[in-house]
Design a protein around this ligand. Sequence first.
Ligand code: HMG
Ligand code: MG
Length: 298
Amino acid sequence: ALPKKVRLVEVGPRDGLQNEKAVLSVDNKVTLVELLAKSGLSYIEAGSFVSPKWVPQMANSNEVFDKIERQPHTTYTALTPNMKGLEAALESGVDEVAIFGSASESFSQKNINCSIDESLARFDDVTRAALEKGMKVRGYVSCVMGCPYEGQIAPQAVLNVSRKLLDMGCYEVSLGDTIGVGTPYHTKQLLEVITPHIDANAIGVHFHDTYGQALANIYAALEFGIASIDSAIAGLGGCPYAKGASGNVASEDVLYMLDGMGIETGVDMQGLLRASHYITKVIGRPPMSKVANALMVK
Ligand code: HMG
Ligand code: MG
């Protein structure tokens, strides 16, 4: 059954900006995050505590967290691949952290420089320490619909990694179509394998829109009762590992679809459009969102 209410997980300041060529200033990022929170978003991934050599765009995440004026209704989160990242996140007063694994061995190596098993051992330490501090942990699984190096990925591999992340204490796994290759039929097939073993309320979906399938994929996931959806304002981003890959599905487009279905989000379209307008001005290109292009005052 379709959910009545959906949590929108805004990943633009992290997944979007980590793939933009320019490294944004702290002030630009802070303004973006504050505009997003003002739109009513309850969950914003505002940065990432990873190696600055790997992802220079996220190097100023600690300053971003220091500066944002926080809204009481919003959870501000960051990626933490290891203990060093968790320690930095704790120092910055992050509300919640996310660990990020992969269903593909090759992607794991290229993205975090270790095997899936090694990554799970690290994530176990991170999760244990975060939970001890009373912090919740979200888990990502990448390449659930395909890998830029290995091609097809077995649904069983996705299930295995997801199960392990939940068993170590994540409250939810976000299933990532990292390169945006999935179709609605593929989404349905994957979820038919996953949902007998994992409750829909412990699953999120994370679609990139490379082939224009993201909204249709989200609709397919909603039909399984999934009620946590990742998106990025203005469809920011891309993927350095996949030629022609575009960013995450645009938050404005997801909101338009959910509003049209009468599904509650607590997010205000005008507020999102203000954030979209702001960030696309800063990076100097129009939004990838159809809805923003239709509704924005030029
Ligand atoms: P490594 O080189 O194997 O790490 O990288 P290491 O432990 O050997 O350390 C090497 C250097 O990095 C050392 O510094 C460490 O101090 C430093 P040096 O002595 O050379 O000066 N270092 C750190 N610095 C800051 N913060 C840290 C940290 N850890 C080590 N946390 C590592 C391993 C995981 C660190 C690296 O591979 C990395 O940072 N990878 C991050 C890659 C990344 O952020 N990818 C994008 C996010 S995933 C994604 O986008 C997918 C998702 O959206 C879902 C989807 O779409 O599917 C989530
Ligand atoms: Mg992503």
